[in-house]
Structure formats: C-alpha cells, structure tokens
Design a protein around this ligand. Structure first.
Ligand code: GRF
Length: 202
C-alpha cells in the first residue's frame, strides 16, 4: 500500500482529482494518510476532512523564523511515514532538509510544459499570464520529481493543451487543470503505486 502525504495551499482541485482517481480505480493500493497545508483557509483542507483524511495546517506565520517552520513541516511529514509526498498546488519552496530526506519521493504538478514558464515567480495564474503574454499556441502541465531547484527535477509526464483565441489567464488555467493537471497527476500516482515508476533510490 503506497502511503501518501499531499501538500496543498489553495482550492485543492488537484487533491480532488486524486480522490476521484482512487474512487475510479485509476489509483489502487494507495492511501492519502494526511493532507498538509501552509494556509489554514485552504479549501483543500475541507476536501480532506470531507473524506475523513487527516488535515493539518503547518503555517510559517506560526513560527518565529523560516528554519523553525521548515523543521515543523519535516516533523509533520515524518510523523506520517509516507512513501510519497505529492505537492498539489503547494506554494511553499520545499526546504532542502525535506528534499534530501525524501530524494526522488516528492512529486509536483506544474501548470506549464517545463522548461517553459517555470522557475522563480511562475506559479498559479502568473504561469498563464506569461503564456498569453508570449503568445505561445500550446501550453500544458508537467509532473516532475522535486529536487533542490525550482521546477528543475526529472520530468515524469507532460500533457499539452491548446491556447485558444480570446483566452484569459483564468479561462486558460481552468482548461489546463481540466485537460492536463487533473489527468496526469493521478496517472503518475497510479503508476508509482503499481511500481511502474520507481521512487526513492534510482
Ligand atoms: C493550479 O494552477 C496548479 O497547477 C498549481 O496550483 C494551482 C491550484 O491548484 N500547482 P489546486 O486547485 O489547489 O489543486
């Protein structure tokens, strides 16, 4: 049974897609042991509670400094003893102490085709604003391992989505979520659970 922790910051639509994939059998032999958010108001925490999954907030605001927050986040993740950490709309730069301890056991969904429109400053709507400003005709989403960089880890899956005339950042974000993010993140988790993708020591 693959034990997962899912880290969130906002609406949790990617978390919702994981739950639905588990209901449909796209993800088997896996369980979400805990959902952790840096934002106490994240609707993603409500989604977890509705599914009777442990939902915890570990917020930087509750700690004297960043180091104390980082330690607390690591302690919370360790307390669950996960095989896999899933970043699903998590807007915190994961500290090195966690990346080192969970090397090749942390995956992230990014709403563009890495290496385009990623890295520092590219998150949420800002990604789609960049896509529209550049005028690219195709965007999409990427699932990748998390390493010490920002959106620089090994790419595991990508799915392309067409940009359409008249798209606003909000309309494009929704299409990328529906047509790419909510498909490929559950797909990759399913493959990891079936051991079709190796995690940990490579
Ligand atoms: C989405 O744009 C997702 O691509 C990014 O965070 C945003 C919110 O995701 N990673 P969610 O609805 O909280 O899953």
């Amino acid at each position: 049974m693959l034990r997962m922790v899912v880290c969130v910051s906002g609406g949790g639509t990617n978390l919702g897609a994981i739950f639905e994939a588990m209901d449909k059998g796209i993800i088997r032999d896996a369980e979400i042991c805990e959902v952790i958010s840096n934002n106490k108001n994240a609707y993603a925490l409500t989604r977890a509670a509705e599914r009777n999954v442990s939902a915890k907030c570990v917020s930087p605001k509750d700690f004297e400094n960043r180091e104390a927050f980082n330690e607390a986040l690591l302690k919370e993740i360790d307390s669950v003893n996960p095989d896999l950490v899933v970043l699903a709309g998590f807007l915190v730069n994961v500290p090195e102490i966690i990346i080192r301890k969970y090397k090749n056991r942390i995956i992230n969904i990014h709403p563009s085709l890495i290496p385009s429109f990623c890295g520092k400053g590219y998150y949420g709507l800002k990604v789609h604003e960049g896509v529209l400003a550049r005028g690219v005709k195709v965007t999409g989403a990427t699932v990748h391992f998390v390493d010490e960089g920002i959106d620089t880890g090994k790419i595991l899956c990508q799915k392309a989505v067409y940009v359409e005339d008249g798209d606003t950042p909000e309309v494009l974000q929704r299409r990328v979520m529906e047509q790419a993010e909510w498909q490929i993140l559950p797909e990759i988790i399913g493959k990891i659970a079936r051991k079709e993708i190796k995690i940990g020591d490579q």
